[in-house]
Design a protein around this ligand. Structure first.
Ligand SMILES: Cc1cc2nc3c(=O)[nH]c(=O)nc-3n(C[C@H](O)[C@H](O)[C@H](O)COP(=O)(O)OP(=O)(O)OC[C@H]3O[C@@H](n4cnc5c(N)ncnc54)[C@H](O)[C@@H]3O)c2cc1C
Length: 314
């Protein structure tokens, strides 16, 4: 979200960003899994709110484009991507040069600009470089180039989140579509109650930060079984029989204590953005990306726009 928000705003200014993402498909922490048979889950962010100011205008544009819709069975004011949360990210990729499956391991600065490389590949030079990953993944990349920026990233902390995707052969008729803060379960939601989803009874179950931290290195299958049992206990039902059950570990799920703001070093032409820079999760990520783009455009305005090739990792 942050990287694409930044790239989109820079593109409007005439720059040509190239994006590298280690994921196989668009999403990041707005990822969704869709299987044949009508099974689907948003296993990262669950919903967004209308927000304020420029973000509210963006949300309204997404809504008019049919990319998001209200979720009447969700929390008050909840909006969700249609047909999946990842749609919001996928739609923003259009028109950009995005390389998926491209894990950035090194960023190097030389006389002709920035080089970006990963296992078996190297790209560049680029006129500027933006790191738009969770703070814990940004800090090591930034640390060789801008210690102050790396320190801001290193000071940010994220809580983990074990998430379970489950599909049941019968609807859980007695359970409301959203369960919140129920013992170790921070959130459980009937994904199939979101607009644009059809078919099977699919649920997303997310453990709280403490449970996730306590069980961070546990076996994936065991976590899936335990969270399903905890969910059933909290919902007051017998553990339902599943036709699909999978756990996903978000090591860096939700940052807290964000104060840094989007980062920009005009001398090195190195920037950083992401939800660790501003509060508000999806909204904070989007704001940090657009704030950074405005700062970059301001500081590069003396250079001819056509000659700028920009890159973003993440
Ligand atoms: C389980 C969960 C539930 C959530 N629920 C909500 C919610 O309901 N509402 C809400 O507003 N927010 C929610 N959030 C938070 C929200 O998802 C994030 O705040 C937002 O998506 C962050 O966007 P971002 O662009 O900063 O980071 P990310 O989405 O994490 O994007 C960073 C990208 O960097 C890539 N990357 C990382 N390292 C590298 C590397 N070395 N090389 C290349 N690529 C790399 C990743 O693949 C990823 O695509 C939730 C998050 C989680 C995990």
């Amino acid at each position: 979200m942050a990287g694409l928000a930044c790239a989109g705003a820079l593109r409007v200014q005439g720059y040509e960003p190239v994006l590298f993402d280690k994921g196989r498909r668009p999403g990041g922490r707005l990822s969704s899994l869709q299987l044949e048979d009508g099974m689907a889950w948003d296993f990262g962010a669950q919903f967004l709110l209308a927000g304020e100011g420029a973000f509210a205008a963006q949300v309204s544009a997404w809504r008019q484009a049919g990319l998001i819709a209200p979720w009447p069975e969700g929390p008050e004011g909840a909006l969700v991507g249609v047909p999946a949360m990842s749609t919001l990210v996928a739609a923003q990729c259009g028109g950009h040069d995005v390389r998926f499956g491209a894990q950035v391991q090194r960023i190097e600065h030389g006389g002709d600009g920035w080089q970006v490389s990963g296992p078996g590949w190297r790209e560049g030079p680029f006129g500027a470089l933006i790191v738009a990953t969770p703070a814990e993944q940004a800090a090591p990349l930034l640390s060789l180039h801008d210690l102050a920026m790396a320190r801001e990233a290193a000071a940010a902390r994220s809580t983990p989140c074990w998430t379970v995707m489950a599909a049941f052969d019968q609807p859980l008729a007695a359970v409301p579509s959203v369960l919140r803060d129920a013992g170790p379960i921070a959130w459980a939601a009937r994904n199939s109650s979101k607009p644009g989803r059809t078919g099977r009874e699919c649920w997303v179950i997310q453990a709280g930060a403490q449970w996730s931290a306590d069980n961070l290195e546990c076996d994936r299958e065991a976590v899936a079984e335990r969270l399903l049992a905890l969910f059933a206990a909290q919902a007051g039902i017998e553990p339902p029989s599943t036709i699909f059950l999978k756990a996903h570990r978000w090591r860096f799920a939700l940052p807290y204590g964000q104060t840094a703001g989007a980062q920009w070093n005009p001398v090195l032409r190195l920037g950083a953005c992401g939800d660790w820079c501003l509060p508000g999760a999806i909204e904070g990520a989007w704001r940090s990306g657009t704030d950074l783009a405005a700062r970059i455009a301001c500081s590069l305005e003396a250079a001819p726009a056509e000659s700028q090739r920009l890159s973003r990792t993440g």
